[in-house]
Write a protein of this length. Structure first.
Length: 273
């Protein structure tokens, strides 16, 4: 018997349920986050999902994310939940060093990357972490390129050298491996976090070909939050969401042309009990 495929309506209800669980946990533990990216745009422009979109994004400053990850991992040791966290730097996370995934284990989701590659996990929300970055453009460019360099090597070791990583870890060797590169990346990401520079960013959002990062935000924007309606529920968003959305999308209230109104290439099913 095959797993039952989720309808579009069921899929979005589950996404909303995951966001509500995440929101409740964060509010219980005084963890600050904001709706982000297309979800923030959907909340402002549509009071909910962008009609052709099929995911949910939240953003958090590094200290808030670290607090969430620590407390969730402690929580899940004591409570049986059908929610799972693929933490940002967990080796299990196929998107390691790019974002964290928080998903519903009662579902199966296949995300397709071209004809030959599919990843299996559950219906999820994306958690993007903001780190402080240098203010000067030349330094920013150098910093983002170094982040990209380490991230590419993490993907290489994570996906193609699992036995090697295990061997190096077991024998505590000081040679290139996933752990070594991951430590180098996190040291790099944290380089400016102690300085509390005036800018923060999703550092992996840098696009080398265009020499552009659309998610460079002012740190002060994340000092004040308000509530916004999303599908009839109230969630936090930074008060400066107009500035954030304008930075990312330009004239964000104008709908894109129809040929660009596309979602992600995913299939989702109920997991058989």
């Amino acid at each position: 018997m095959m797993n039952e495929k989720l309808t579009e309506s069921e899929f979005k209800k589950i996404l909303l349920k995951i966001l509500l669980k995440f929101d409740t946990f964060c509010k219980q533990h005084d963890i600050k986050y904001s709706l982000g990216c297309g979800t923030a745009l959907g909340a402002v422009r549509h009071s909910g999902f962008i009609p052709w979109d099929d995911d949910i994004d939240v953003i958090m400053l590094r200290p808030e994310y670290n607090k969430f990850e620590k407390l969730w991992k402690e929580h899940i040791q004591s409570y049986s939940e059908h929610f799972k966290l693929w933490a940002e730097m967990d080796e299990e996370n196929y998107f390691m060093a790019f974002c964290a995934k928080f998903f519903d284990t009662d579902t199966i989701l296949y995300e397709h990357f071209g004809k030959r590659k599919s990843i299996e996990y559950g219906v999820y929300i994306d958690i993007f972490v903001l780190d402080h970055i240098p203010s000067e453009k030349t330094e920013q460019r150098k910093y983002f390129k170094e982040i990209l360099f380490y991230w590419k090597w993490i993907q290489h070791f994570q996906r193609h050298f699992k036995k090697w990583n295990h061997f190096v870890r077991k024998h505590n060797l000081s040679v290139p491996s996933l752990d070594m590169i991951a430590n180098k990346l996190m040291n790099h990401k944290n380089r400016y976090n102690q300085q509390l520079t005036s800018l923060v960013s999703i550092t992996q959002d840098y696009q080398k070909k265009r020499d552009y990062n659309p998610s460079i935000f002012k740190y002060k924007w994340f000092e004040e939050f308000e509530e916004i309606l999303f599908e009839g529920y109230s969630f936090p968003i930074i008060k400066s969401h107009h500035d954030m959305l304008e930075t990312m999308y330009g004239e964000y209230m104008i709908l894109p042309p129809e040929e660009k109104r596309i979602g992600h290439d995913v299939e989702a099913y109920w997991r058989k009990k």
